[in-house]
Write a protein of this length. Structure first.
Length: 338
């Protein structure tokens, strides 16, 4: 066979392979736990748009808002069963299935910022543990997506652990409520839709909700003008996960594109809210917000109170124990605990 024929055959094979590749398109649905039109929802929509470009149109992800297909607390099951191909949710909503999920999304008062938590995932073993846990429910945990350090809006200034004594604060049930109960506060369970009116009517004095800018956008500072900032209690992390069967069927180049895209999404989300929080903080006085910045000593006190809560959560299952021990090793390396 002469060289011209070899080149012609090779070109034909390449064209056939390229044609087959271009025909393998994936149209997926991704449901989030954010509302339509919200800032984080917009960031996730940009993630999907970027992936479509990066994969030359092979991966087309339709981003749906909270409850479009299933309630947020059924998202894990929906992805695992194939009702949804993927989701952007938070492991906290699955803590009732296994407390290990809770330790993937929140370790109250442990981390100073989202970057420390992200580093646990990508450099200190967290990602491998998350993937092992999610695989047990037929999901592939692609990567973590935090959204910043949360602030606590309050109707009174609270500048220390002791000043939380007797304060009625809206907190989700579980480790968060346990922590604030341990420092003398009075946690109250209030649905998200009733937080504003509960503050307005005096049912609660303070609330766990979101970052400084999220709280401002929700109008919470209108009825709770004191804000603990930077936050002291919550550096939450969400996840992007994919149905495991769908993931395994993907070609490697699409898997790599999604993983890189999620890593970028995590940083985009943190930086988006870091910028928005800084903007609100700079305008706090004119907005009628009083920022309350806790001393290092007081931050150390609430972290010390949280240590027992972490251990209790970590004792809840075999996977929870392994995740707890991994967190502790990283927190010691950081110097956050002894």
């Amino acid at each position: 066979m002469n060289s011209f024929k070899k080149v012609a055959i090779a070109a034909s094979v390449f064209m056939l392979n390229a044609s087959a590749l271009s025909a393998s398109n994936y149209d997926w649905k991704l449901q989030t736990f954010w509302g339509g039109g919200s800032i984080p929802q917009t960031v996730i929509e940009e993630f999907a748009s970027d992936l479509k470009v990066a994969t030359n149109g092979q991966l087309n992800i339709t981003v749906l808002p909270n409850k479009a297909i299933v309630p947020h607390n059924q998202s894990l099951q929906a992805v695992g069963s194939g009702i949804l191909e993927m989701h952007k949710n938070t492991p906290c909503y699955s803590a009732g299935i296994d407390p290990a999920f809770g330790m993937l999304c929140e370790v109250n008062s442990a981390y100073a910022n989202s970057y420390q938590f992200l580093t646990w995932y990508y450099k200190a073993g967290g990602l491998e543990l998350a993937r092992e846990l999610y695989a047990q429910h037929n999901l592939y945990f692609v990567g973590p997506v935090p959204w910043g350090t949360e602030s606590i809006p309050s109707q009174i200034p609270i500048a220390s652990v002791s000043e939380f004594k007797g304060v009625k604060i809206r907190m989700p049930e579980g480790p968060s409520s346990d922590l604030f109960r341990a420092i003398g506060a009075a946690p109250v369970t209030v649905p998200g839709s009733e937080v504003y009116t509960s503050l307005e009517k005096g049912v609660i004095t303070a609330t766990d909700w979101g970052t400084l800018s999220i709280n401002e956008a929700t109008g919470l500072h209108d009825v709770a003008p004191y804000a603990i900032y930077p936050g002291i209690h919550s550096v939450p992390v969400g996840d992007v996960s994919v149905n495991l069967d769908q993931w395994n069927a993907l070609p490697d180049h699409l898997k790599e594109a999604i993983e890189l895209g999620v890593r970028k999404l995590g940083m985009d989300m943190v930086q988006t809210f870091e910028a928005l929080d800084a903007e609100v903080a700079a305008q706090a006085e004119e907005k009628g917000i009083t920022l309350v910045n806790w001393s290092d000593e007081e931050r150390a006190k609430i972290r010390a109170a949280a240590v027992d809560i972490w251990a209790q959560t970590g004792a809840g299952s075999e996977m929870a124990t392994r995740i707890y021990e991994s967190h502790m090793a990283w927190l010691r390396a950081l110097g956050n605990i002894e």
